[in-house]
Design a protein around this ligand. Structure first.
Ligand code: PLP
Length: 407
């Protein structure tokens, strides 16, 4: 009989969102009159901007015409898009990234999950806690995580807590990990790291020969000056960091799917004989073998973002979410809650009041105010005692939710 990959059997079932759905369903069935406002949404709600819609329509017409039909494209993305990414996302910010370092994909979830393919299973991994669960779970699947301990942590993963006690600034790891995941602006806390803070991590990785996997999926929400948009704004990062970007939250591509990953040519690891190996060709080999490219249509849609009009339109959408976040921050603070995030991020991270657990606060908000959010404990042990609300609902509902909580 064939055997399955045991690592998958070690993963606990993903309980968070199904349990949220179960409790909301039970509540609405018992209270059909309650108008429930969902602020746990991790998905965008505003439609694609007109520039993208026009480009998508044109691309559909291309596909219906023999002269302009596109079948399989380059696995790493069409030049028309890659050149715009390099120009707008990097060169215009004075950042040195070249076309052959950009790999277009179907999103940052796949790339942050798949990157482990080119890394040894012997590597020790570090994450911040709370954390986007994909980083941990994909390492469990690969056999890098060890055993799940009673405290909810995996024995071979080093966790860097981010809580109010350290102002949500993770300390550098003590255990000399080989691979470090950072996500800024952060999901779920909505916090950011300054240039100086990020430099500490880049310097640490250079000193210890560690790889930094930097997830910048929420880059487009950054509005403050001292928050870097790319890890490559930090000196030396090209030698140690891979950067993941996504069009999901930037431009509402959660449904049509697109992202990209930057693997600088200078970035090298060691093989088991101690020889230097560049990661860029390894990732290219991995992608050309296992991935057949993002769709022509989606890439044409994304190309339209890199125009004056496209940039203005997506900024308007993100500003809408950020204004929701500002309404939430003010409403929550006025109501006496402690919260962070929501400035360069669509996420607001609340400290639960009166020592309530994350799930107790979930029930409290649902029962008292008919508001649904996400319990922080679902993002890792240090998320206990916290709660995530998102700015992706409508303005009207956001305002309504805050006035309920002010009551
Ligand atoms: N990275 C982080 C931190 C996220 O929160 C998400 C989505 O919620 C993703 C990546 C997924 O991005 P994509 O839609 O491009 O796969």
């Amino acid at each position: 009989m064939f055997q399955v990959n045991d690592n998958f059997t070690m993963l606990p079932s993903s309980y968070l969102f199904s349990e949220v759905a179960r409790r909301v369903k039970a509540y609405t069935e018992a209270h059909p009159e309650a108008e429930v406002i969902r602020m746990g949404i991790g998905d965008v709600t505003r439609p694609l901007c007109p520039a993208v819609i026009d480009a998508l329509h044109k691309a559909v017409d291309d596909e219906g015409c023999a002269e302009r039909f596109h079948g399989y494209g380059p696995e790493q993305g069409y030049d028309f898009l890659v050149s715009k990414i390099v120009e707008y996302d990097y060169r215009r910010r004075g950042i040195d990234v070249s076309e052959d370092e950009v790999f277009v994909s179907d999103g940052a979830k796949s790339d942050t999950g798949n990157i482990g393919d080119i890394l040894s299973t012997a590597n020790r991994v570090a994450v911040t806690d709370p954390v986007y669960p994909v980083y941990v779970d994909t390492n469990v699947m690969a056999g890098r995580a060890g055993m799940l301990r009673k405290d909810g942590r995996w024995s071979n993963i080093e966790y860097q807590p981010c809580t109010a006690e350290n102002n949500f600034i993770p300390s550098l790891p003590a255990g000399k990990p080989d691979v470090i995941y950072l996500c800024y602006p952060n999901n779920p806390t909505g916090t950011t790291l300054t240039r100086e803070e990020l430099k500490k991590w880049v310097d640490y990785c250079r000193k210890h020969g560690a790889l930094l996997l930097f997830d910048a999926a929420y880059e487009a929400f950054i509005r403050e000056e001292n928050v870097p948009h790319s890890i490559y704004e930090i000196e030396g990062a090209r030698e140690v960091a891979i950067e993941f970007r996504s069009f999901s939250k930037t431009a509402g591509f959660t449904g049509i799917r697109l992202g990209y990953t930057v693997v600088p040519r200078e970035l090298k690891g060691k093989d088991s004989d101690g020889n230097d190996v560049a990661l860029n060709p390894l990732w290219r080999r991995r992608q050309t073998t296992k991935f057949n490219g993002a769709s022509y249509l989606t890439q044409r849609g994304a190309e339209a973002l890199y125009t004056e009009e496209g940039q203005r339109q997506v900024r308007e959408t993100i500003d809408y979410y950020l204004e929701n976040a500002a309404v939430m921050r003010k409403g929550l603070t006025d109501a006496g809650y402690e919260c962070v995030g929501g400035v360069n991020s669509p996420y607001v991270w609340i400290k639960t009041p009166d020592g309530m657990t994350s799930w107790e606060f979930f029930d409290f908000l649902l029962n008292k105010y008919h508001i649904v959010g996400t319990p922080g404990s679902g993002f890792g042990p240090s998320g206990e005692g916290y709660f995530r609300l998102t700015a992706f609902n409508t303005r009207e509902n956001t305002v309504k939710a805050m006035s309920r909580m002010a009551d």
